[in-house]
Structure formats: C-alpha cells, structure tokens
Design a protein. Structure first.
Length: 505
C-alpha cells in the first residue's frame, strides 16, 4: 500500500495532499493549505519577493514533516504561474531544495490543465459529455475542452486573480474606471479563444480552485459548497455586488473569507465574462484540483490497475502520435520500431534488468526518434533531442521527457557516457541505465531499417555468454536488417558483456 504526496505551489497558495493507494484506489490521508501569495510581487515587479519565498519555504518544511509522518514513499512537487514568470525562479528552486530536499517541477499552463482534467474527469460526469473545465488560479486561468473524457483543446490565459488584482485594482472598493479597464482586458483575452470554444458545442462547465469555491459558497451561503450549479445570472449579479463592497464587507460574505476577499473581485469578473462570452448558462464547482491530478498520475505510473491508467495511456498515445505527425515522422515506420523495441525489452529482461517504467519510455522514444529530421537531416539526432525536451507531450513529466530525449539522441552512431551533456539532467542511477535502453532502441531500429517490415517478430534466447535473436521474417528478405544488426554487436558486447547472435526463420 504505497503512499504518495502531491504539493502544488501556486501564485496564491500552497497545497499538500497525501493519499494511500489501496486496491487500485486512492484514499486521502491528509490535506493542508496556506496562502503565501508567492506570485504577488512577480505580477508587480517580475521577481519573487524574499518574504514570499521565505514564507513558502516554511510551509514546504511543514509539508515535508507531514509527508514523512505519513510515510510517503514518493513526493511530487509542482509549481505554476508564479515560478513560470519570475526572473529569479532559480533562487526559489535552490532555496526549496536546500530546505527540504525536494526537486520542484515548474509545469506549463497546459500541463497544469491536463492534470486537473485528469482528476476531474475520473470523478465526475464530465467523461460522458462535452464540458469546459475552468481553473482560475492566482496567476493564470486554464481552460480545457473535454469531449467525453478526452482533451480536445486547451488554453492558458493570463487571467489569474492575484495577477489582475495587482495590475488593475488599487482602490478599495475599486473605482469605476479600474473595473472598466479590468473588464476590457479580460474580454480581450477571452475574445482570442471565443470562436474556437463556442464551436465545441459545450454542454456544461466545471470550475475548480479557490475562486470557484468562493463564488459557489457565496451562492449557496456556505463555506463548504458540495455541488449544484451556479447560474450565470447569479454570478453576474454577485460580481456587481462584490465590486461595490469594501474588503471587510466582502470577507463577511459566507464562503469568501478574509484572504479571498482581497482578490475575489477580479476572480469573479473573470468568471462573469467567461460564462457570458462563452454562452455558458452555469458552472458546477468541483473541489478537485491540481494535487488530485498529480496523485492520479503518480498512482497510475505505479499501478496499472488504477482507474486512471487507461485514461493516461490514451493521453500518452495520442500525444506521441500528434507530436510525431507534427514533425513529419513516418508513423508506419515508427510504429514498427515501437513494436520491435517492446518485444526486445520483454524478451531481454534478464539481460538489461531495467525497471518496468523504462518500457513506456523506450516505446515513446521509438515513436519520436525521427522528429529531428523535420528541422534538418544533418544533426537530426541533436534536433530530435531538443524537440522532445521542449515539446508539450501530455502525460510525461519534464524529467521523463529529458530521459526519453536522451534515448532518441543516441539512436545513431554516437554513444552515451555518464558525463554526456544530454544525460546531465538525469540522476546518476539513470545515467547508468540509459545506455541499455539506447541499445534496445538501436536494435529495434536496425531490425526495421529497410522500412518494409521485413522482421515480423523477435524472439529472444538468453545464454550465459550469448543473446540469440530469433527473427521471424516475411517474404522480402532481411539482408539490410541483418547487416545493421551486425554493426551493433560491438556496442552490445560493451554494454551487456555478451555476444549478440541472430537467426532467421
């Protein structure tokens, strides 16, 4: 029964959720949250303030003690818009690593939206309809068009409640001209995506995070809203009311509270404009959020039997195909290399002894190893490495993309060493493992070098000093593939300390 911990470092608050995986299901053990306003100075001056960094790190230290107390075996820490935008983000990352030993992963707005979508779709009726997911944070607003559980479009807009409050609202209550400028800015941002979203024929909207909770709470007159729809007309009316009140008066409204009262006017106006301009009659509030999505991803990576696994596998497969197609890769060729690579991985487990997750990464590298040719065939391996590292490939973390990129980098003639530049972002242990996975990919590519599918299937026989590949061929012959396989024998001997032989049938 593994225990996972997820930490979300947002522009407004920091959240922790700890859950245990039992019988393929996550059971929440502990939650914590604190408002630190990490992004406040970022949206005003472009940098994180020392005070906000120190405050956030103290909260992370508390979270660290909680994770240890609950015996969390794996912790994933993600940061969003404040760290994406801050010029001194590295100072925070170093401070956090020094204080708690956690590696903070700064994720993109699209990855943020994907993880939230994963959490919400698995737990709500959104998987049975066409829905718009709205997540309004402190620095950005993520919108995801979900069609029966699959992501169709995603947008990340600079419409966070903290960001907009800092940039537009200086008076309390806000002045009429401030509100007019804020509304115009929000409308301009929404207009950029309005036509495409309306074309999706949305049937419902689901909103997450603090602003949605506050609006739903105020609508239902409770600090803990449990569900039900919040009509657009009521959101518009509530927004107008909030804009006329002072911060103290806003804080007295059920569901809002002291800290949310500081930024609720801007957040409410974003919701009012979104619902109106996207022709959404209401929104449903969901308490699920980024931490839930991170936990879902962690559990699926650990346990293939979870309800999230099939969804994530579909996301990953679609992301790989879309990326390969975008860069003009030969999908038929890549698909065959993918098939052969997995056969080699499964048949040579006793030889390579790589962890099970490498099967997924090897398959991804097989699908993407040709994308560098889109830029230039000269240096295409280096180009492929860059493309994979910097592409938004749904379902894979930044670290996993770096590892997959390292595999595609060395599918050609060059060979990786522990101090090779593409391996530097990886842990020392992964640097030792990567050459084994690289070799499997090179063998798979060699076995389809003629792009004719000459090798139909690969069987593996492992002996003490030899590995024999038993190749099932078609009618066209496999001379080119056998030649390419022979060229890898020296590298195979270097990596695995055994002779590589092949027989045809």
């Amino acid at each position: 029964m593994p225990t996972f911990a997820a930490v979300d470092i947002g522009a407004n608050s920091v959240r922790l959720k700890i859950a245990r995986l039992t019988r393929h299901r996550l059971h929440v053990l502990h939650e914590d949250r604190e408002v630190t306003r990490l992004g406040e100075s970022v949206f005003r001056a472009g940098v994180l303030s020392t005070e906000a960094i120190a405050h956030t790190v103290r909260v992370l230290q508390r979270f660290h003690r909680a994770a240890q107390g609950y015996g969390a075996e794996s912790v994933r820490v993600v940061a969003t818009s404040a760290l994406r935008d801050a010029r001194n983000a590295s100072a925070f990352l170093d401070w956090a690593a020094s204080a708690v030993g956690w590696r903070v992963e700064v994720i993109s707005g699209l990855e943020e939206g994907r993880l939230i979508h994963l959490a919400v779709v698995a737990a709500t009726r959104a998987r049975n309809t066409c829905a718009l997911l709205l997540d309004l944070g402190g620095g950005s607003c993520e919108l995801t068009v979900s069609d029966h559980g699959e992501i169709r479009r995603m947008y990340s807009l600079p419409l966070g409640a903290v960001r907009l409050t800092q940039e537009f609202l200086r008076w309390d209550p806000p002045k009429k001209k401030e509100l007019q400028r804020l509304r115009s800015y929000i409308a301009e941002e929404i207009t950029r995506i309005q036509r495409r979203v309306l074309a999706s024929r949305l049937q419902m909207a689901i909103a997450t995070s603090g602003t949605a909770a506050a609006l739903a709470g105020a609508h239902f007159h409770t600090s803990n809203p449990q569900g039900g729809s919040v009509p657009r007309a009521d959101v518009v009316k509530l927004t107008a009311t909030l804009a006329k009140l002072s911060q103290l008066e806003r804080a007295a409204i059920p569901g809002i509270g002291t800290r949310r009262a500081e930024i609720i006017v801007a957040g409410a106006m974003v919701y009012s404009e979104l619902l109106s301009r996207l022709d959404l009659p209401s929104f449903f509030y969901s308490p699920l959020g980024l931490c839930d999505g991170v936990l879902a991803q962690m559990s699926a990576d650990y346990d293939g039997g979870t309800a999230f696994r099939k969804h994530i596998d579909t996301e990953r497969r679609n992301a790989l195909v879309n990326t390969a197609t975008h860069y003009g890769a030969d999908l038929k060729f890549a698909g065959k290399v993918h098939e052969l690579a997995l056969q080699l991985f499964d048949g040579m487990k006793a030889v390579h002894r790589l962890p099970g997750e490498y099967r997924e990464w090897l398959g991804a590298a097989a699908m993407l190893h040709e994308v560098g040719s889109f830029i230039n065939r000269s240096g295409r391996r280096r180009h492929a490495y860059y493309v994979v590292c910097h592409s938004e490939i749904f379902g894979y973390t930044v670290y996993q993309r770096h590892l997959i990129a390292a595999l595609v980098r060395y599918v050609g003639r060059s060979q990786p060493t522990p101090d090779s530049r593409p391996l530097r972002p990886l842990t020392p242990l992964e640097r030792e493992r990567v050459p084994k996975a690289v070799l499997l990919l090179r063998l798979a590519r060699a076995l389809n070098l003629g792009r004719r599918g000459a090798i139909k299937e690969v069987g593996v026989q492992v002996r003490r000093e030899q590995v024999i590949l038993k190749l099932t061929t078609g009618s066209s012959g496999a001379d080119l593939e056998m030649w390419a396989l022979h060229k890898e024998r020296g590298y195979f001997r270097t990596v695995f300390g055994r002779e590589l032989l092949a027989t045809l049938s």
